[in-house]
Ligand binder design. Structure first.
Ligand code: GLU
Length: 490
């Protein structure tokens, strides 16, 4: 099995592109086949510098590594494999050769129509409510005239001669039997006037010479597929199988647009999504495993993926689902892995974190509470700087900690905790001690835990009081309780 992802370098990796790439990758991997990346850069006007590198970086981030073709190696764009080059602009002679073959066999013809004439033709067709289609003016030209005009340097293109009376049919791996009437298919330009092939010619030649078994691509290419099948037929080659994956839709079922969601993978990287969560989300767009399982690693996906579980209808790009998956994935990371990945984000705000031997013990307290790493520095702030609680934070009506009772609670907390031996300073001892303190004074447990937690963290929302006190240690805990007492008597 050989599959390929063949992006055009027009900017960034679109989320739809990642979905196509992922499907092709999974299919290749599950049969121990080869996943190829090819760059389709024959549209010079649309090519953007750095686009190839950006796309490869995004694929790499997602864990999708090409076996053959264009890839990043030590940060450099490299090509690997025996069927290269894998960048279309490096294969122009091959396309021209096959274009000539099609001309010789009578399946293509030269067209001299100017862009201006074509534009006028299209406008007239639209006015008549006809589908825009080349009117075949040049198909009638005699060979001698064609030669003369070419020799005199007149700009021209090469077009595919589509058989008007044929039906072109094939079985799509996702959409089932498909058929197209020849008279509805435009005589596609194959070679442009600048001598560059169009995508249609180039990718057919490449899919043949690169031995592609299944072409997986977006639904927008479905209507072009009959042209591609004709090209395979006229060049005497066996076509690959085709699978057209459904469109991605906004929640209101319109085509996914930048206005409603971020559409480049890079934007999701910047927002802090885990690659595992994002790939999990992308895999479930238009595909379901037929079970209730929702969390999939890349390995799971390699095992479970199949094209026949791909739906035909458009797939909703539901970012709420993405956020849910992100939370699931954050919680599933082993504590040490969570600490490792969150460290750069925390160390940027609090440089001492990178020298902190107890960093994992601290991040363990917040792993359940974050959805994005970017939330971590604020939640860990009290470990790296003195908290500055206010009186209004220390008191809390809901927890029945009135301003009147607060001094007494803080005093009792300070005295009682000072009595706990440093050696016994553990979550369970602290929990027992505080329970007794509350009972002894006729208070609810929340009445002691809230001011303690607030005094230690200065935050309205944080890990619990025992956990924080245990992690901070006895000296810091007592010092912060004393600071809170000074604050309320000011
Ligand atoms: N270069 C085309 C694109 O970027 C690829 C289509 C295909 O996979 O055949 O959409």
């Amino acid at each position: 099995m050989r599959t390929r992802f063949a992006p055009s370098p027009t900017g960034y990796l679109h989320v739809g592109g990642l979905r196509t790439a992922l499907s092709a990758y999974l299919l290749a991997k599950q049969s121990k086949g080869t996943f190829i990346v090819r760059i389709e850069d024959t549209d010079r006007e649309r090519s953007v510098p750095d686009a190839v590198e950006n796309m490869l970086t995004a694929l790499h981030w997602a864990g999708i590594h090409p076996d053959e073709g264009v890839m990043l190696e030590k940060g450099l764009i490299t090509q690997k494999g025996t069927r290269g080059p894998y960048i279309q602009s490096e294969r122009l002679a091959l396309y021209r050769h096959h274009a000539q073959e099609l001309l010789k066999s009578g399946h293509a013809y030269v067209c001299f129509c100017s862009p201006k004439r074509l534009e006028k033709m299209r406008t007239e067709q639209e006015a008549r409510k006809q589908a825009p289609m080349y009117d075949r003016t040049c198909i009638k030209l005699k060979d001698e005239e064609v030669q003369r005009r070419i020799t005199s340097g007149e700009p021209h293109v090469l077009r595919l001669k589509v058989p008007r009376n044929e039906i072109i049919a094939y079985e799509d791996e996702i959409r089932g039997p498909m058929s197209f009437q020849g008279h509805t298919i435009d005589d596609q330009v194959l070679l442009k006037s600048d001598g560059f092939p169009t995508y249609h010619l180039a990718h057919v030649v490449d899919d043949h010479f690169m031995d592609i078994s299944v072409v997986i691509r977006g639904e927008e290419w479905l209507s072009s597929t009959p042209k591609h099948l004709l090209l395979f037929q006229y060049l005497g080659w066996k076509p690959p199988r085709y699978a057209h994956v459904p469109l991605l839709l906004n929640k209101d079922r319109t085509k996914l647009s930048k206005r409603q969601s971020a559409v480049s993978v890079e934007e999701y990287v910047q927002k802090g999504y885990l690659p595992e969560a994002f790939v999990n989300f992308i895999a479930l767009l238009g595909w379901n495993p037929g079970t209730t399982q929702e969390i999939f690693t890349l390995e799971d996906l390699i095992e479970a993926f199949s094209l026949d579980r791909m739906q035909k209808a458009g797939a909703i790009f539901d970012t709420e689902k993405l956020d849910w998956l992100q939370g699931q994935w954050i919680r599933r990371l082993p504590a040490a892995e969570f600490a490792k990945r969150v460290l750069p984000v925390v160390a940027e705000k609090y440089p001492p974190a990178s020298r902190d031997k107890d960093f994992t013990a601290k991040t363990r307290l917040i792993q359940e509470r974050v959805t994005f790493f970017s939330e971590a520095p604020a939640l860990l702030s009290f470990f790296y700087e003195e908290p500055t609680p206010s009186v209004d934070l220390l008191a809390n009506a809901k927890q029945k900690v009135s301003h009147e009772i607060l001094p007494k609670i803080l005093e009792e907390l300070s005295n009682t905790l000072d009595g706990v031996l440093t050696d016994e300073w553990t979550e369970s001892v602290l929990s027992e001690t505080l329970k007794k303190l509350a009972e002894g004074n006729g208070w609810k447990i929340g009445q002691v835990l809230w001011p303690l937690r607030a005094a230690l963290t200065g935050l309205p929302y944080s890990p619990g009081a025992y956990e924080v006190a245990a992690a901070l240690g006895k000296d810091v805990t007592i010092a912060r309780l004393e600071a809170a007492r000074r604050l309320i008597t000011q």
